[in-house]
Write a protein that binds this ligand. Structure first.
Ligand code: FAD
Length: 448
């Protein structure tokens, strides 16, 4: 009887799983493993609980066979390989800076005990680093990347795997919820099917409206690999009709952003925490803990911004429009360097992803690829009036403004009773801060 190990990481599912197929093909029995890595858990913030829920669902889908162990993977994985007599440990390729370093260490330690790490597939339709320019280099701008990505295409979803899971390998108990209702592969696919049936057609029009809940919310399942993006792409293709073409194309483009940012990070791991473009070097940023705290807590006095920040704290998720508006507010109204905000998002977002988050921040801050020019400063009031026209989104998250009807919630200062229920006064004046931001930009641009 031969044994291989499937070491799950950002791929907590059983369907469309190339590494699982490889593990099953390599041996008679497969040991499913997840390592609780303290180095990762320390920075997981709100995601630690969500991870446990996802693992609980996976363990249920594996009839309890999932082996959970805590420790440094460079020790845990080779130890288990020796214990169960596995020659091969199969994984989905990891492309984040930490994941790459970790896998190099694990591969070296496995080599020392006569086993090997076998990477297959990736959490992306096209693995980071595989979409190249004609000269063989990386793409630095999104639109040509997405064109090349589509032209290159991706394999069809992997077949279901016929696996003999090895049971009875000792592991640790998991303190997750007894029955996770919205985590795991089955819940992800259920949500996805519901989106395809009800919201897809209007996605192209409504995706910018936070009051409508018109997006897929697949970012969280994608983060944990409860579903593979290729599965989504394969489900979308046959639904493309004249009525849905705009929405389908738009959705594919959004997935392409996820792929692009992973590619950028793969080529340039430093871009996670450093300005990707140098153009704003020397930009004078402020360090005003009181203002940053008001932003974090959703007490800036700008209703649309505050609603977004409170949704983040309450749900661990925020609508994309709000991510852009709140990020712009921190960087351009409060003149704060983007990593301060990126850290806060990563602490609270259940979909918190180094590539999408930090490059999303750099896009807003004017330092990233395709950066929205720095002089494009989101107006938090007109953004609210435009994308939450009836004020429903703000009223959902800011109870102190619920007595104001319709769009009045976006400008409490215009109404006699606007502050009657204790809503915060504006911490800064947007028009003044916009001028200030542009003046700072002029200083940077005018430098020798
Ligand atoms: P949908 O509109 O249904 O989009 C479908 C999928 O496309 C998403 O699930 C996501 O995987 C991908 N996608 C959509 N927009 C983007 C984008 N701009 N960049 C990359 N991928 C995208 N996304 C994350 O997954 N994790 C993050 O940590 C993250 N941080 C962000 C920080 C900032 C400042 C900004 C501006 C954007 C960030 N995004 C992040 C991208 C985007 O806001 C979320 O992916 C999206 O809001 C998730 O909701 P959804 O699944 O309903 O999106």
């Amino acid at each position: 009887m031969t044994t291989s190990i499937l070491w799950f990481r950002r791929d907590l599912r059983l369907g469309d799983h190339p590494a699982l197929l490889a593990a099953a093909a390599a041996a008679d029995e497969v040991v499913p493993l997840f390592v609780l890595d303290p180095a990762l858990l320390r920075s997981a913030g709100a995601r630690a609980g969500r991870l446990r829920a996802s693992l609980t669902a996976l363990r249920d889908d594996l009839d309890g066979a999932l082996v959970i162990r805590t420790g440094d993977p460079a020790e845990v994985v080779p130890d288990l390989a020796a214990e169960v007599g596995a020659d091969e440990v199969h994984v989905t390729v990891e492309t984040t800076p930490y994941g790459r370093r970790r896998d190099e260490r694990v591969a070296a330690r496995l080599g020392a005990v006569g086993a090997r790490l076998v990477p297959t597939g990736s959490p992306y339709a096209a693995g980071p680093g595989t979409v190249r320019t004609a000269q063989g280099g990386p793409y630095r701008v999104f639109t040509p990347f997405s064109r090349a990505w589509r032209a290159q295409g991706w394999p069809a979803p992997a077949n279901p795997a016929d696996v003999a899971w090895r049971t009875g390998v000792p592991g640790e108990p998991l303190d997750g919820p007894d029955e996770p209702d919205d985590a795991g592969e089955r819940a992800a696919l259920k949500r996805w099917k519901a989106f395809l049936e009800t919201e897809l057609t209007s996605y192209g029009i409504d995706r910018d409206r936070p009051d409508l809940d018109a997006t897929s919310r697949m970012s969280v399942p994608l983060k944990y690999g409860e579903v593979h993006p290729r599965t989504l792409l394969a489900d979308l293709a046959p639904r493309r009709s004249p009525a849905t073409a705009t929405s389908v194309d738009r959705f594919v483009t959004e997935l392409a952003w996820r792929e692009f940012y992973a590619d950028v990070l793969w080529h340039d791991p430093e871009s996670a925490w450093h300005d990707w473009r140098d153009e704003l070097r020397g930009m004078p940023y402020d360090d005003e803990p009181g203002l940053v705290e008001a932003w974090r807590a959703g007490r800036t006095g700008y209703p649309f911004v505050d609603a977004g920040m409170r949704q983040l704290l309450a749900e661990g998720w925020m609508h994309n429009r709000l991510r852009m508006v709140t990020a712009s507010f921190l960087v351009k109204d409060l003149h704060t360097w983007w990593p301060v905000g990126a850290r806060h998002f990563l602490e609270h977002l259940l979909d918190g992803d180094l590539a999408s988050n930090n490059h999303g921040w750099q896009w807003v801050a004017g330092t990233g690829t395709d950066a929205a020019p720095y002089f494009r400063v989101f107006n938090p009031v007109t953004q609210g009036l435009r994308f939450d026209p009836d004020g429903d989104y703000v009223r959902r998250w800011v109870p102190e403004l619920r007595h104001l009807s319709g769009a009045a919630v976006h400008e409490p200062w215009r109404h006699d009773d606007g502050y009657d229920r204790g809503y915060a006064e504006r911490v800064v004046d947007h028009a003044d801060e916009r001028r200030d931001a542009l003046a700072r930009l002029a200083v940077v641009k005018g430098r020798p």
